[in-house]
Design a protein around this ligand. Sequence first.
Ligand SMILES: [Zn+2]
Length: 347
Amino acid sequence: MWNPSEWQYRGEGNKHLVLFYNGCSTDLRGKVIRLQKLRSDSQAIADESLQDARRYLETLEKVFAPLLGESYVQHMEVIELPNEFLVEAALMTHREKNFDRLSTYGQLCDDLLSGPVAVEIKPKWGFMPKMDGQKQKTCRFCMHSHLRGSHSHYCPIDLYSGDRSRIVKALSALTITPRNNFRVCMNEPFTADALHTLIAEIIMTDPILPNLAELQKSLDELDIERIWPMYEEQKDQLQHLSIDEWARAVNNFKSGSHRDDHIQRIMEYTLSMTFKDCSVMICIGASADKQIEWYFDGRWHSSTYSVRVIDLDLKSVDNIDRWYELDQTIVQHAVKSGLNRQCENTS
Ligand SMILES: [Zn+2]
């Protein structure tokens, strides 16, 4: 079944090599395999890669899918690959070889980049917290950009606004200054105007951005300024949280219970940070499952698309000290420098 000649190079990062299927099996068509690059050949690392892959799948299934909806989460399967396959796959690397071998266990998932166009957006914080002062006026992303001295005109509040012209404005700003917030993968020519029109239409039609903003906001009801003192008191009870404990926190959140429980609130805040840092993949054509009509250049067009949320890594509560410090640095800099940017539409 695992014939290396039927797989081709798709891309690679520092940690993974990705191959796509180019053979005749209908079960594998439209799939990719992600293989972890390993430095040493010890068995311990192989076992760890299996545990990591399983843990990631379990958090998707028990923690993130119940919050986002099953259809927005990318399905994957952990598979064991024969040695001959791994040896051939290792030869496909396009980089200077920075690993000794590939993990025996790979992740088999849908190929999100097989269609004519795919857009990856990391939209960041889509809500204004209920806090006084600078936080009421300028959104978190704009304050952080200001601290970094960035000249980007992207404001997430525009992208999440539901208003066509503000969404197009946000997409244009992302095109000019993509940083790590925007990536376009095109296998067919598309003008920037056509792409912005189509993506804006999808953003206005699909519930994913409003859902993400709502999750970010309701999981972060108290703001880090109130969460941090709770964390300082409860730290010792928050060591080694299991996936089942996270799943319980998700259930409590969904049922609206345990609102006075500080540990619950700290875990909710930590979950909100994943949703503030995840990416939305919008794929046009190919294995797309939804349909959209859009008007451009004097006529109507019809396209199919699919939306998946990626980079859903469960963060550790240990980050709360660092998040609080960063929050204070960002806000104090904005106040001291007299940042006057107004992100929320006040009309
Ligand atoms: Zn803003």
